[in-house]
Design a protein around this ligand. Structure first.
Ligand SMILES: Cc1cc2nc3c(=O)[nH]c(=O)nc-3n(C[C@H](O)[C@H](O)[C@H](O)COP(=O)(O)OP(=O)(O)OC[C@H]3O[C@@H](n4cnc5c(N)ncnc54)[C@H](O)[C@@H]3O)c2cc1C
Length: 397
């Protein structure tokens, strides 16, 4: 039996644990947070990833937790509605695609694995030492242990990647924008509605999903010129307040709520690009290896598919982990590249550069339902996403 240590219990980690266990491996998951991290933002599952979730027998459960978003409304500085569109089209979803809160998905994946996978919360790997018989792992809190393989499923700022491959600045590519998202009171009384207020170089959103009593505020903006410390939350909040200080609509109220937000998130919109995803007995999966950025809308799907392919490739390689890692990389890389390409073009529509571009976009959205070529125009938005999301065949292992 191969003992595998997985760092990170969000999407990629528990999915990998599920499939490794199915193939007869013995996975252990270590998560830095004291318990499963709840909430977060809404994420999409589409294309090949739906097939993976279906094979896990979790599709019904995932659908039951769908956000059920109905509509996106674009408002001006005075809160006057300028355009609307269906939430499905706004999210670039079609057909069976599902939108769910990241925390709900993590919970479903944890529930499906916790019975026979060892989860260690409130701990983190501090050192990895390759030995002939495996990897000696030292932890912040628990005693050192030896595992046959170690997997980094610990996200954009992966700890395992830093310990194995070095400085993250070599792999993280800033796409020129930042994103901040946090929970706010639902003072607009939104029900499965997304509000968007576009401004030149900036965009503010607020939404509330089915079942939630509060709302999320989302701020997108061209990367700040002022440098900031990634660990200094107060400095980040001050920066956000400064960048959005002159906007109208509900922005002042959202910024007021920011100071008490329990889950303030602030980061660059970045992609992880690496020449290889494994070194010796250590391998990366999900955002840690090939995070496509929130702008791609495909991070979760890549994590789900990547975890399935990695577990299957290791099983097919029957004990030769190097061959398993090579097969995983060979199958996943073209799929990853297709999906990473989505981010740059999506960003162009998410943050508009000038007032003229905003007026044009609002006008087009208002006109679209009445245009003879509307289906063709919609397809132009959804087709590249659908193509990228299905650019891999899910094999049986
Ligand atoms: C604001 C925002 C919006 C997004 N929107 C979408 C979307 O619409 N569609 C989509 O598909 N994707 C979206 N994403 C991306 C998606 O959330 C990620 O791609 C996906 O969650 C990646 O899963 P993961 O398991 O690889 O990493 P993560 O979800 O980042 O999880 C990493 C886990 O590792 C843990 N961890 C970190 N460090 C350590 C450590 N030292 N030791 C142990 N554990 C550690 C973390 O606590 C976390 O639980 C969005 C992301 C953000 C930030």
């Amino acid at each position: 039996m191969t003992n595998v240590l997985i760092s990170g219990a969000s999407v990629a980690g528990p999915t990998l644990a599920f499939w490794l266990r199915e193939h007869g491996f013995h996975p252990t998951v270590v998560e830095r947070a004291p318990s499963l991290r709840e909430g977060g933002y809404k994420i999409d599952i589409r294309g090949a990833a739906l097939d993976v979730v279906g094979r896990m027998g979790l599709l019904e459960d995932v659908r039951r937790h769908s956000t059920d978003m109905q509509v996106a409304r674009f408002v001006d500085v005075n809160g006057r509605q300028r355009a609307t569109m269906s939430a499905q089209l706004f999210g670039g979803r079609e057909g069976d695609d599902v939108e769910i809160m990241r925390g709900d998905l993590a919970e479903i994946l944890h529930e499906a694995t916790k019975g026979d996978v060892e989860y260690i919360f409130d701990d983190s790997i501090t050192a990895l030492e390759e030995r002939p018989d495996g990897v000696r792992v030292t932890f912040e809190n628990g005693p050192a242990r030896t595992f046959d393989l170690v997997v980094g499923a610990d996200g954009l700022h992966s700890n395992v990647r830093a310990l194995t491959f070095g400085e993250e600045s070599r792999f993280i590519h800033d796409l020129g924008h930042h994103i901040s998202i946090f929970t706010v009171p639902n003072h607009l009384g939104l029900d499965r509605t997304e509000m968007m207020h576009p401004a030149p170089g900036r965009s503010v959103g607020m939404y509330s999903t089915r079942q939630s009593t509060d709302a999320k505020a989302m701020f997108l903006f061209t990367s700040p010129a002022d440098p900031y410390d990634r660990r200094d939350v107060t400095q980040q909040k001050k920066l956000l307040a400064k960048i959005f200080a002159d906007l109208g609509w509900d922005v002042p109220r959202l910024l007021d709520s920011m100071w008490d937000a329990p889950d303030f998130y602030f980061d660059s919109m970045s992609q992880v690009r690496m020449d290889r995803w494994s070194s010796g007995r250590v391998v990366l999966v999900g955002d840690a290896a090939y995070g496509p950025s929130p702008a791609s809308g495909q991070g979760t799907s890549l994590s789900l598919v990547g975890a399935y392919v990695l577990a299957g490739s290791l099983a097919a390689a029957a004990g030769d982990h190097a061959a398993g890692f090579a097969a995983y990389e060979n199958d996943m890389r073209p799929f990853v590249e297709e999906n990473q390409k989505l981010a740059a073009s999506n960003l162009k529509g998410m943050v508009l550069k000038s007032a003229g571009q905003i007026r044009f976009q609002m006008g087009m959205l208002r006109l679209m339902p009445h245009l003879p070529g509307k289906d063709r125009m919609i397809k132009r938005v959804t087709e590249p996403i659908r193509k990228a999301a299905t650019a891999i065949t899910i094999r049986d292992y």
